[in-house]
Write a protein that binds this ligand. Structure first.
Ligand SMILES: *[C@@H]1O[C@H](CO)[C@@H](O)[C@H](O)[C@H]1NC(C)=O
Ligand SMILES: *[C@@H]1O[C@H](CO)[C@@H](O)[C@H](O)[C@H]1NC(C)=O
Ligand SMILES: *[C@@H]1O[C@H](CO)[C@@H](O)[C@H](O)[C@H]1NC(C)=O
Ligand SMILES: *[C@@H]1O[C@H](CO)[C@@H](O)[C@H](O)[C@H]1NC(C)=O
Ligand SMILES: *[C@@H]1O[C@H](CO)[C@@H](O)[C@H](O)[C@H]1NC(C)=O
Length: 561
């Protein structure tokens, strides 16, 4: 392998030499031209299912290929598998033009950073002010226009990423039906997992998970209200970062809940996820929850070390880890993971439990918060549209549209979640009833939950992080806006008997099905969680050691040189 992991800093040093925006001097141009030489043969370019941002940065810099060629290869891969997996809803018609202009910038010596010229897919609830639609997978919003890019899209573009297309999702981020399915929307139909035919892709960031897992782009953005990044990440053998609510802006992201929604990266390596988080995190005047960020956004990808567990204090909230008829392989892999983490130098505290876990399990506060937030926040989203083709101004309008339009598959997929939300006893989330429910959640997820567990052991300062199989991590972190990083931990054995298809034709459990290990921590403690996930990944390399997906596109960069 020829690529050098220290290339990021080299690129930055070059930028410093050139002055990021200043026109480069002739001398600098010459110096640069001398270093631009592809040092590998065509056959050494990594497969697009394994390629990383460090590879792409190095090879674009050295002129081994261009962003246009890379983008063409990803489009070809999408076209190979999409009729089976349905993961990519819309390609960006401007993607190749954007790639060409980024190539031109690079040729002039301007490199925006590690994402310069890197194609990324985004979930169909993150708006772009271009030819693509933003619909949450619903005909209700097809053709709608937004006043500008969402902050997530704007930040990706500013960092030099190519927004390659919109990926599918569980419709409305899985906030519509009590009898829907993960990865279904009226616009793209059913998305399925690449690891087994008709395997549930999980959701709601289903297309983000499938797309990143088999290299339909370098990585993807997903969004999470409760589990929607970490669950499809683990199901598709990915690293997923669910940021603290407020670390990434939700401006012009189709909402469920201002108190729980967050946007984050889903990628094949921890470092790639960290590069993307660095680009998208930060304060945004359009989303005042970001005003709580207590620091300048660090380079989350810098200084990642294999030794992060040395001296670390890690807790296991055992009370929330339960065995079921099928999850023995997950629990066995978790026990192995605990041993690995101990060997890497951590002290592990078992039974670092959530103090109010029983209360949390009985609590109905979260459905009150989500219901009243959705009623409030979806109206706010509709009211920001500069073109609103179906004239939607309330949750009630959305319910009526969905029940009346036959493409929305009502009543086979009901709208019960919306009806309960609309029946909440307040007009919006400013009432005391909503506030009290949210305050209960802040307690149940915080002092009574994650914060309580972190403070329950380890002496002064408490624990650094908690670990759980990802299956059990999402809910308690969701209600109070805490971060999670999930990293591949294992796969169901080849001998697993595939479960019978459910009424939507999806299999819930299958041979080779991936699952993950979750790291949970305090609000805005992403850096620590990323460091631990990196050390675990480097030691175990589960993603690459595991079985291959059953369907993998064949197109590669070399086909487009
Ligand atoms: C967005 O939706 C419109 C239909 O309203 C369609 O004509 C257009 O092609 C869509 N955009 C993309 C990029 O698919
Ligand atoms: C992928 O397949 C889905 C389902 O057929 C379709 O809606 C979508 O437009 C396709 N995407 C592309 C890029 O062809
Ligand atoms: C954001 O603004 C809303 C409405 O003005 C307010 O209720 C809320 O407390 C603010 N949140 C933060 C974190 O500033
Ligand atoms: C909300 O949580 C509090 C604290 O646990 C609890 O007393 C209350 O019953 C919960 N409310 C609902 C509706 O479950
Ligand atoms: C979903 O629920 C609705 C009632 O809310 C029912 O009419 C419909 O048949 C259900 N769909 C399936 C597939 O069971």
């Amino acid at each position: 392998m020829i690529f050098s992991a220290s290339f990021g800093p080299a690129v930055l040093a070059l930028q410093a030499l050139l002055g990021v925006n200043a026109a480069p001097t002739d001398a600098a141009h010459q110096a640069r031209a001398a270093t631009h030489k592809c040092k590998i043969s065509i056959n050494e370019i990594p497969d697009l299912i394994d390629i990383t941002i460090d590879h792409i940065t190095t090879y674009l810099y050295d002129g081994c290929f261009t962003s246009v060629q890379l983008t063409k290869a990803y489009i070809a891969r999408i076209n190979e598998v999409n009729s089976t997996l349905h993961a990519v809803l819309e390609l960006n018609p401007d993607a190749l033009d954007i790639a060409a202009s980024l190539d031109a910038e690079r040729a002039k010596g301007k490199i925006r950073g590690p994402l310069h010229g890197v194609p990324i897919l985004i979930k169909d609830n993150i708006a772009t002010d271009d030819k693509m639609n933003n619909t949450a997978g619903s005909y209700a919003l097809l053709g709608a226009k937004v006043p500008r890019d969402s902050t997530m899209a704007a930040k990706l573009r500013a960092a030099g990423a190519i927004i390659l297309g919109k990926v599918g999702l569980s419709q409305w981020a899985n906030y519509r039906s009590s009898n829907g399915s993960s990865g279904w929307s009226s616009r793209h139909g059913q998305i399925t997992n690449a690891y087994y035919p008709n395997l549930d892709p999980s959701g709601s960031s289903s297309g983000s998970g499938v797309g990143a897992s088999i290299g339909l782009s370098l990585a993807a953005l997903g969004s999470e209200t409760s589990g929607s990044i970490v669950s499809p990440s683990q199901r598709n053998n990915l690293v997923g970062i669910k940021p603290t609510v407020g670390l990434t802006s939700r401006y012009l992201v189709i909402p469920i809940s201002e108190h729980q929604d967050t946007v984050g990266p889903m990628a094949r390596t921890v470092k790639d996820a960290a590069y993307i988080l660095t680009a998208i995190a930060g304060k945004d005047p359009y989303d005042n929850y970001t005003s709580e960020i207590p620091f300048e956004i660090p380079d989350y990808w810098r200084n990642l070390k294999r030794s992060s567990f040395q001296g670390a204090k890690i807790g296991i909230p055992r009370i929330a880890i339960t065995s079921s008829s099928t999850n023995a392989p997950v629990l066995a892999a978790f026990n192995n993971a605990v041993e690995v983490i101990k060997k890497l130098g951590a002290t592990v505290y078992d039974n670092a439990n959530f103090p109010a876990y029983d209360e949390y399990r009985r609590s109905g506060n979260s459905s009150i918060v989500l219901g009243l937030d959705f009623k409030t926040n979806v109206k706010q989203y509709f009211d920001q549209l500069t073109y609103n083709p179906n004239n939607l101004h309330s949750l009630k309008d959305l319910i009526d549209f969905t029940m009346a339009d036959p493409r929305e598959d009502y009543p086979d997929r009901n709208v019960n979640t919306w009806i309960s939300a609309n029946n909440q006893p307040c007009e919006d989330n400013s009432c005391a009833y909503a506030w009290n429910a949210y305050q209960a959640d802040v307690y149940l997820g915080g002092i009574g939950g994650i914060l309580g567990a972190l403070e329950s052991a380890g002496g002064e300062g408490g624990l650094d992080a908690l670990i759980m199989p990802t299956d059990f991590a999402a809910g308690i972190a969701a209600i109070a806006g805490y971060p999670i990083v999930t990293v591949p931990m294992g796969f169901y054995p080849e001998t697993t008997r595939p479960s019978a298809p459910n009424s939507r034709g999806l299999i819930s459990n299958a041979p080779n099905q991936p699952f993950g290990l979750a790291f949970l921590g305090r609000r805005f403690d992403e850096q620590k969680l990323i460091n631990f996930a990196f050390a675990f990944e480097q030691k175990t390399d589960v993603r690459k050691e595991g079985p291959d997906p059953y369907i993998v596109p064949s197109a590669q960069i070399k086909d487009f040189l």
